[in-house]
Design a protein around this ligand. Structure first.
Ligand SMILES: Cc1cc2nc3c(=O)[nH]c(=O)nc-3n(C[C@H](O)[C@H](O)[C@H](O)COP(=O)(O)OP(=O)(O)OC[C@H]3O[C@@H](n4cnc5c(N)ncnc54)[C@H](O)[C@@H]3O)c2cc1C
Length: 339
């Protein structure tokens, strides 16, 4: 395995921003991961695990340690009754996994079509879209712990999945995802209740969509909302949807009665960050220098060409400050800062 020095990270991210990694390597096996971890320990370097770079903002100064890109992409499968268990390397492209599941005729991740990134990143971020979250179909995650040099397997409960959250953001920080097992269903279980998806099928006159129909719908809906990654830089939704107490929600809704809101099981309420940015801050389509909020989806912060990480961070901070001031709602970033 080659450990390279001063490797530019911008082309490895969908934001297309960021300085160099002091050291960079790509590991295709556990042995190579161990080698990279040993090198970092020997040189007392911090490690950042890079997947597809689709949910990160790398600082303009780059990363002072070792960037380790996990590129394991083996796939094994096991049939059990009406279910197919797919065990997939962390470096496997997420959307290729969706295509694989569809080609094998199994249900569970089709609503997550066309999300950039890798299986490892999808697991850590607990990706979700159109009424589906990946944590719901993950049964096991094999991880390598650099502090103990041991491989262990986490079950679903141990992954502590919740909205864009998982154990990797808390006490599991630093655990390297090696492989993930997904439980997918043979039985057709279309999940088309989400507003945009339901509207798509109503318009198409399709009542019982196939897996392929759902992928087509999701891709069509997404391509109208997200910029083309070949022409614009973005990391998708920049902020999480805020989850607030019932009391805070009541105060917010008394001022903005039209705001979409979703009561959760525990009594708290999820609000729409996109709606707040659009209807309270009026920043949808607003551009400052090389950075802006995408016209078709206010939550998507876009690099129009030559934006620096500082510019993006300042723009995002401005949105957060305005949200506090005008909506009295704190917006937490979904995108991870790498510095
Ligand atoms: C156009 C666009 C649309 C998007 N749409 C959605 C959407 O609909 N829903 C959604 O949830 N997200 C969405 N995203 C965000 C992003 O695609 C996901 O979060 C994605 O799963 C990140 O995966 P990645 O491999 O790119 O991870 P990276 O961005 O490389 O890393 C993200 C985090 O995961 C960690 N990580 C990555 N691999 C490993 C590993 N093997 N072991 C341990 N840690 C690891 C990194 O250290 C980092 O903390 C979108 C992004 C873009 C650009």
């Amino acid at each position: 395995m080659q450990i390279r020095e001063n490797v530019s990270l911008a082309p490895m991210t969908t934001m297309k921003i960021g300085g160099p990694a002091r050291y960079f390597c790509e590991a295709v096996s556990l042995a190579e991961i161990e080698e990279a971890v040993a090198f970092a320990a020997q040189h007392e370097l911090p490690i950042f695990i890079l997947g597809g770079g689709s949910n990160i903002l790398v600082s303009d100064d780059g990363y002072p340690g070792m960037v380790l890109h996990v590129a394991m992409n083996d796939v094994t499968s096991r049939e059990e009754d009406e279910e197919l268990f797919l065990t997939v390397g962390a470096g496997y492209r997420w959307d290729d996994l969706v295509a694989l599941a569809v080609s094998r005729g199994v249900w569970g991740i089709e609503n997550l079509s066309a999300i950039p990134g890798t299986v490892g990143g999808a697991t850590v971020q607990n990706i979700g879209a159109y009424g589906c979250e990946v944590g719901d179909v993950i049964t096991l995650v094999e991880v390598y712990d650099p502090t103990t040099s041991r491989v262990q397997t986490l079950n679903n409960a141990e992954c502590r999945f919740s909205y864009r959250d998982s154990v990797w953001k808390h006490e599991g920080k630093g655990l390297i995802v090696l492989r993930v097992t997904f439980r997918l269903r043979r039985k057709a279980t279309p999940n088309i209740a989400y507003k945009d998806v339901a509207a798509f099928f109503a318009q198409e006159g399709i009542i019982t969509p196939t897996l392929g129909d759902i992928c087509t719908a999701i891709i069509a809906i997404r391509s109208a909302k997200f910029p083309d990654l070949t022409t614009h830089g973005t990391a998708g939704s920049y902020f999480k949807n805020p989850v607030v107490s019932a009391r805070d929600a009541e105060e917010f809704l008394s001022r903005f009665p039209d705001a979409p809101h979703y009561p959760l099981h525990n009594g708290s309420v999820k609000l729409s960050a996109a709606w707040i940015i659009d209807h309270v801050l009026h920043m949808r389509g607003v551009r400052a220098g090389h950075v802006g909020c995408w016209d078709a989806q206010a939550l998507v912060v876009v690099n129009y060409g030559d934006a620096s990480a500082d510019e993006v961070r300042n723009f995002a901070r401005d949105i957060q400050e305005r949200s506090l001031l005008l909506a009295h709602i704190a917006l937490e970033t979904e995108v991870i800062n790498v510095a």
